[in-house]
Design a protein around this ligand. Structure first.
Ligand code: HEM
Length: 447
């Protein structure tokens, strides 16, 4: 069996402050030093493996996925805030709910949401100011939240939907910030646990806000059940779907799943859109090429129109290679296992770095460069085994098609309306739970 090198604990501890701020240089440095897999032991009895090896990744996420659960970071720490939906569950409960929810995200179902999606995108893009440096993250963050919200609850039967959506956005973002504090500065948890000390920054305050969000969602569901409208939105699809035994999802579970869709679906997409807009702006030749596809926005069937924009899709795919918003994921081995000559100990934690895999010199030509053409139809097949922006295996992102259509449509509408210029010539990021852009400023001029 191959020996996996371990970073000396003292080296890790000495760098822990820097790792909390930005773990990516630590990952890169050790992959360079030890190869595609290394491990650390932050405390006795705890082993964390880091890998950007494509075979191990396929083994963990696909081939022997039954032996690997999500870690408590996702199931308990995140679950405390957003409940127990697809993203935060393991085992049979996850499987049954995935089966019920998945059809709502098939291309056919998404196609009925395209017009609502387009309406929101155009509304939000319309708010962009001209000729001033604008942080696009703010714009895309609102846009992506509203796209998920409106796809879930199309206007049909909800009073004050806009203010309810704003409140839900405020609450879910506040809960995420509190979770990040809990994870990044665990030694201050005693302080954040006491509302009388830390007030609105406290964990109990965020949890009470989440209760408010659950109440808003409960009212929306009750309202929908008691009315006679069926607007055909995602909520409708979920209300009508059944488990294998013919039963429907309970309201509490439905609320958990909706919170998960908000959390999983909005920040990731907002990050990717911000990186994409910056990359395009920094590569004017890609904008010239993408612009040639914009006439397909006229297609009466928007989905068909988007499918006729392969180059814009390639730009999105290349963005997700360079800046995968879900830059890592983790799993815990339930039983002892092995993959080729690597031993996998029972209980060991495996952290897969999609970010590093997407930039490996031996897998990609000129990996640090933005080259959308590498995703042309015939070439794209050759990356199937090591390109995982949406994960892999049965737990692969349920919203991947939704996200791709949303990103292609947003990029197209943006380029249709504006000339886009960069403010900076580099791209700055901030790896939190997701890989977030920092200082994503651009200048827009109406065409
Ligand atoms: C660019 C946008 C997105 C990216 C990069 C992304 C990435 C991912 C990744 C990597 C996973 C798998 C995590 C793992 O295996 O541990 C995942 C799961 C998930 N994503 Fe996405 N996602 C995006 C957009 C969306 C959207 C728009 C939705 C829904 C509206 C969504 C809903 C979910 C859900 C519910 C899961 C959990 C699936 C399960 O475990 O069965 N995501 N996403």
């Amino acid at each position: 069996m191959k020996q996996i090198e371990q970073v000396p604990t003292l080296t890790f501890l000495a760098k822990s402050r820097q790792i909390y701020k930005d773990p990516l240089p630590f990952h890169r440095e050790n992959f360079k030093k030890y190869g595609n897999t290394f491990k650390i032991s932050p405390k006795p009895g705890l082993l964390i493996h880091f890998t950007c090896d494509e075979k191990l990744t396929q083994h963990i996420l696909q081939k022997n996925q039954k032996n690997f659960n999500k870690s408590t970071l996702q199931t308990e720490d995140l679950g405390k805030y957003i409940g127990h939906g697809l993203l935060t569950e393991n085992g049979e409960k996850w499987r049954a709910n995935r089966k019920l929810i998945q059809p709502a995200f098939y291309k056919k179902s998404i196609s009925s949401l395209m017009n609502v999606m387009d309406e929101v995108i155009q509304e939000e893009i319309g708010k962009i100011k001209e000729d001033v440096a604008t942080d696009v993250y703010e714009i895309f963050n609102d846009l992506a939240f509203k796209v998920v919200a409106r796809s879930l609850f199309d206007f049909a039967d909800i009073d004050n939907l806009d203010s309810k959506i704003s409140r839900l956005q405020y609450i879910t973002e506040k809960a995420q910030k509190t979770l990040i504090k809990e994870l990044r500065i665990p030694w201050m948890k005693w302080y954040f646990d006491r509302e009388w000390l830390s007030g609105k920054k406290s964990i109990p305050h965020s949890l009470s806000l989440i209760e408010e969000a659950r109440e808003i969602l409960r009212n929306i569901i009750n309202n929908r059940r008691s009315g006679n409208k069926e607007p055909g939105d995602l909520l409708d699809m979920l209300l009508h779907s059944t488990y294998e035994d013919g039963s429907h999802m309970e309201d509490d579970q439905l609320i958990d799943e909706i919170l998960v869709l908000f959390i999983a679906g909005h920040e990731t997409t907002a990050n990717a859109l911000s990186f994409a807009a910056q990359l395009l702006a920094q590569h004017p030749e890609t904008i010239t090429k993408a612009t040639q596809e914009l006439q397909h926005l006229e297609n009466e069937n928007l989905m068909e129109g988007l499918m006729s924009m392969p180059y814009i899709k390639q730009c999105v795919e290349e963005t997700l290679r360079l800046y995968p918003p879900a830059y890592v994921t983790d799993r815990v081995a339930l039983e002892a296992d092995s993959c080729e000559d690597v031993e996998i100990e029972k209980g060991s934690i495996w952290l897969v770095s999609f970010y590093e895999m997407h930039r490996r010199q031996d897998l990609w030509e000129r990996p640090e460069e933005f080259i959308p053409e590498r995703f042309e139809k015939e070439k794209a097949k050759s990356y199937r085994d090591f390109y995982f922006p949406f994960g892999a295996g049965p737990r692969m992102c349920v919203g991947n098609n939704f996200a791709i259509f949303e990103m292609v449509l947003t990029s197209a509408r943006l380029l249709e309306r504006f000339e886009v210029k960069p403010v900076h010539d580099t791209i700055d990021y901030h790896p939190l739970i997701t890989l977030k852009p920092r200082n994503a400023q651009l200048i827009f001029k109406r065409k």
